[in-house]
Design a protein around this ligand. Structure first.
Ligand code: NDP
Length: 251
């Protein structure tokens, strides 16, 4: 019987692939057989080297996704260098923190532009290619703040709630065209993004005490969910937001 999780011959674009969750997802997809276009501002040199060490092809595709200017080039360069585009992981994201009463337009726009506008338009560019070439898989990285309000992160909460809307809309429009569109909502994952929280002993304890699994997630904890949503195993899964949170939302 064919392994339904096998990604051999598939080409995956992973944004923000140089570090953290993006790097871990790129490596998990490569371990399952995929070739990787590592997209981002900082060159994902280490990720590319690790993917190649696994025996897969990998290329760096430079793009600053704070605007939508590079999205079509991401698709074109990936197809040009790796011969196709079957999987898109929209992982790149930023956060800005301030009380709602003090929040600035600049911090609103920066987060919405990177976390939501570029996500949609990269879905659009990749989706056009996938629809014209037999289908594909899109995975958008959401958050617990897709489901909860959070505090002091208004534009981040809006962007991650918006990802749910975009994911479901595209799933509706593209299910009949062979494109699966789903999202992963990570819980508290130990990355550069969350280093300050981990370093604050009191807040760290409050977080760990509330996580049913009793620990922070490791970026590698996202790998299985990403491989599933990128593979044939999820062909009938559409518009789903899969929490990988150690039980945080179940509490
Ligand atoms: P990191 O800060 O470690 O990584 C963020 C990645 O996004 C980096 O590769 C960064 O590249 C890239 N990026 C940021 N801005 C841009 C841009 N303008 N253009 C291209 N790439 C950009 O964060 P995480 O790994 O923790 O987060 C990854 C995703 O997971 C984000 O969407 C985040 O919101 C989400 N998430 C994380 C959680 C966590 O607990 N860590 C929880 C829930 C969701 P560069 O190095 O060049 O800046």
């Amino acid at each position: 019987m064919m392994n339904p999780f096998d990604l051999t011959g598939r080409v995956a674009v992973v944004t923000g692939a140089n570090t953290g969750i993006g790097q871990a997802i790129a490596l998990a997809l490569a371990a399952a057989g995929a070739d990787i276009a590592a997209v981002g501002r900082s060159p994902a040199t280490d990720t590319v080297a690790q993917v190649r060490a696994l025996g897969r092809r990998a290329e760096i595709v430079s793009a600053d996704l704070s605007t939508i200017a590079p999205v079509q080039n991401v698709v074109d360069e990936t197809v040009d260098k790796l011969g196709g585009l079957h999987i898109l992981v929209n992982n790149a994201g930023i956060i800005r923190r301030a009380d709602a009463v003090d929040f600035t337009e600049a911090d609103w726009d920066a987060v919405i532009d990177t976390n939501l506008k570029s996500v949609f338009f990269l879905c659009q560019a990749a989706g056009r290619h996938m629809i014209a070439n037999g289908g594909g898989k899109i995975i958008n990285i959401a958050s617990m703040l897709t489901f909860q309000g959070g505090i002091r992160v208004p534009s981040y909460a809006a962007s991650k709630s918006g990802i749910a809307g975009v994911t479901k809309l595209l799933a509706n429009e593209w299910a009949s065209k062979g494109v699966n569109v789903n999202a992963i909502a990570p819980g508290y994952i130990a990355t550069n993004n969350t280093a300050a929280l981990q370093a604050d002993a009191a807040r760290n304890k409050g977080i760990v005490d509330r996580i049913p699994a009793g620990r922070w997630g490791d970026p590698g904890d996202l790998g299985g969910a990403a491989v599933f949503l990128a593979s044939r195993a999820s062909d009938y899964v559409q518009g789903h937001i899969l929490a990988v949170d150690g039980g945080w939302l179940a509490r």
